[in-house]
Every structure is written in C-alpha cells, then in structure tokens.
Write a protein that binds this ligand. Structure first.
Ligand code: ATP
Length: 359
C-alpha cells in the first residue's frame, strides 16, 4: 500500500564551513498537505528546501521521498521542482514554452509535450493564454504559470521559496487564496517557505517553526497559535503577553499556578508534564484579555493604560502593570467604550497557556 508519508527527513544536518545550519532535522510530511517552513531570515528554511530538492547534499542524515532514499540523487531525479521568488519565468518565452521547458529538456515527443502542457494549463485555469509573455500577465497569473511548470512534470512535491515576496500586499492576498485553492483542488503536496506568520497561519495544514537551524514546533496553525511550545514560537507568531508563574499543583492535564505581585492563582489545562515548584511562563494573547472586572477563578491583572491605537477592526491598548511589565489588550467593541487610566484586565482560564521555561 502507498504510504501516506511522502517526505521523511531523518536526522538531517547541514554545515557550511563552521556554520551548523541544520541541526538534526526530523520531519515527516503527509501526501496532499500544505506545509509551511516558517522562521526569521537565516534560520535555515531555504537550506532545508534546497536539501530536499537536491541542490545541496546533506552532511548527515537521510532524505526519503516516496519511500526512496534520495540522498545521492541529483535534483532532476528527485521530482521536486522549486518555484523561486519572482517565479523565475523566462521573460523572452511564451507561457506555453515556459511550461514546456522541463519536458523539452527531457526531449519528450512533441505530441506528448503539447498534451501535457495543455492539461497543466487547464488545471491552473490558464487555457487560452498560451501565446502570452510573462510581462503581459498579472502577478497571480504568473504565479499560476510557475505552478503549471511544476505540475507538468508530475512531481510529487512542489517546493515554493517565498514566491509571493515581491507582490504588493493586496495581490499577495489574492494569490495566497488562489494558491491554497489550487493546492486543495488538486490535492498537491506543497512545501512553502516564508517568514510571514500571517501567510503561514492562513495557508497551511501544518507549520514548521524554525529556530536557528532546529525545529521548535511542528503543528497545525491552530496549535502553533494557541499552544506554542516555546516562548520563541509564541513570540514569533503574533503578539503574546507573558508573565512568570510557579506551578503549585499538577494533576493530569490540570495545573494550578501562582503569578503576579499579589500571588493570585489560576487553574488551567496543560498538555505539558509539569512539576510542583517549577517556574513557567503564562501566556495570553491580546485578543483573549478583556478590560473588565474578573469573574471568579479567572486570570486577572491590573494596569495603567499608556496609549492606544486604532487598527480597524479593533482598538489596541498598551498598558503597564504594577511591576512595570508591558501588556497589550485588543478590544473589539470599538466606538462603544474607550478605556483610560487604571483598569482591571482579565481572561478566561481556557485562554491561558503554559510554556515550560526549559522548552
Ligand atoms: P532567508 O529567509 O533570509 O532566505 P533562511 O531561513 O532561508 O533565510 P538560509 O538561506 O537557509 O536561511 O541560510 C541559513 C544560513 O546558512 C545562513 O547563515 C546563511 O548565510 C548560510 N548559507 C546558506 N546557503 C549557504 C551557502 N551556499 N554557503 C554558505 N553558507 C550558506
């Protein structure tokens, strides 16, 4: 039976000189999923993508594609075409010729090239634009040409390295939707590299968060956002308020922690194995905090509003608490209330997430 795992990376390491760029990467990617490699510049995303494609050989570890060990295979034998920034279309070639390029290199018969290119163009809804040149197409259409180029080769995985980074904000959003729709309709396996967290959250089935050449977390966008495993992940994805706390009680998935000057406690669920007396971070997203009196058992904090900012669908408040730590609270009932001065903040217990300091 065909395995559901299309890409299996085992202990992959890559070193450039004395720069250890990839550190023991272990990752399994399922067929038909949209996976994003997310992380700041220089964390090794592109290096891993190029190692999968075969442009780099790994120094240690194994790269398996479709149950085949491909460590020693050159790129063209791996079936993993890469689509780069700016799509790397040939400006002097028509759309048809751009898409046919890979097949021409393989010296496929003309009839087969014609038929496969037409099929790929139909898949990405570009039929009729065969004779256009890249500069005569919109950014979104160019993106689709680049996808068709990959599709025409019948590759199992499509690797995209920041393909949208040169588009303006509005077009970027349109092409994002198009790309995700195409991937879902055709059941493609896509690995997408970006440092844009919103892009990652909105497009992916799974996100891989990189931290200095290692994987900090691999999970669904929901898990990455609401259950970050490390402070680094919580910080990198969106905005998070942190406060130090100490574990007072831990039973199964329930933990009671003590936090703040007044020594308040809150009982929350946590999938982590926590030890009584352990120091942890509590984290809470700005949209999960409310400026209002706490209800019994809720997380609570007092602060002084320093400034606020209108962000369209919400008002963002910047506060400091009694020990001078900064807090951010997003309020969505704009226009009805405006807060100033000394206030109470609170959050429901299911909005409080615990991160182990040792992670
Ligand atoms: P970006 O978003 O800026 O592309 P990235 O996360 O993709 O960042 P990489 O391009 O993988 O990061 O680079 C990771 C590290 O490896 C960097 O320190 C970079 O300088 C180094 N590096 C990448 N390619 C090479 C190479 N061919 N030779 C030497 N060092 C390299």
């Amino acid at each position: 039976m065909e395995s559901n795992i299309l890409l299996d990376l085992k202990n992959v390491n890559k070193v450039f000189g004395n720069n250890h760029v990839l550190k023991d990467i272990n990752l399994q990617i399922e067929r038909g999923k949209f996976i994003t490699f997310l992380g700041p510049s220089g964390c090794g995303k592109t290096t891993l993508l190029r190692s999968i494609a075969g442009f780099y050989t790994v120094d240690k570890g194994e790269v398996w594609i479709d149950d085949k060990l491909v460590n020693d295979l050159p790129p063209y034998k791996r079936g993993t075409p890469m689509v780069f920034q700016e799509y790397a279309l040939f400006p002097h070639m028509t759309v048809f010729d751009n898409i046919a390029y890979g097949l021409d290199i393989q010296k496929r018969p003309e009839g087969e090239v014609q038929q496969r290119v037409e099929a790929a163009m139909a898949q990405v809804k570009l039929t009729g634009l065969e004779e256009r040149y890249p500069h005569e197409m919109s950014g979104g259409q160019q993106q689709r040409v680049a996808m068709a180029r990959a599709l025409v080769m019948n590759s199992p995985i499509i690797l995209l390295d920041e393909p949208l980074s040169n588009l303006d904000a509005k077009l970027r959003e349109e092409v994002r939707v198009e790309l995700r729709t195409l991937q879902q309709e055709l059941g493609l396996t896509v690995i997408y590299v970006t440092h844009d967290q919103l892009e990652a959250l909105s497009m992916s089935d799974y996100i891989v968060v990189f931290n200095k050449g290692a994987i900090d977390q691999y999970g669904t966008p929901h898990e990455i956002y609401y259950e970050p495993r490390t402070q680094y992940v919580a910080d990198f994805i969106g905005t998070t308020n942190f406060i130090d706390a100490v574990v007072e009680k831990s039973e199964g998935e329930m933990a009671t922690v003590r936090y703040g000057q007044a020594g308040d406690t809150v009982t929350v669920t946590s999938k982590e194995r926590l030890i009584v007396g352990e120091e942890v971070h509590l984290c809470v997203r700005p949209e999960s905090l409310r400026i209002r009196q706490p209800e019994a058992g809720e997380f609570k904090m007092t602060g002084i509003i320093k400034s606020s900012m209108f962000l369209g669908e919400k008002e963002r408040y910047f506060l400091v608490d009694e020990v001078g730590s900064e807090w951010i609270v997003d309020a969505y009932d704009i226009g009805k209330t405006h807060f100033e001065g000394f206030v109470q903040m609170s959050a429901a217990t299911d909005k409080i997430h615990i991160i182990k300091k040792s992670n």
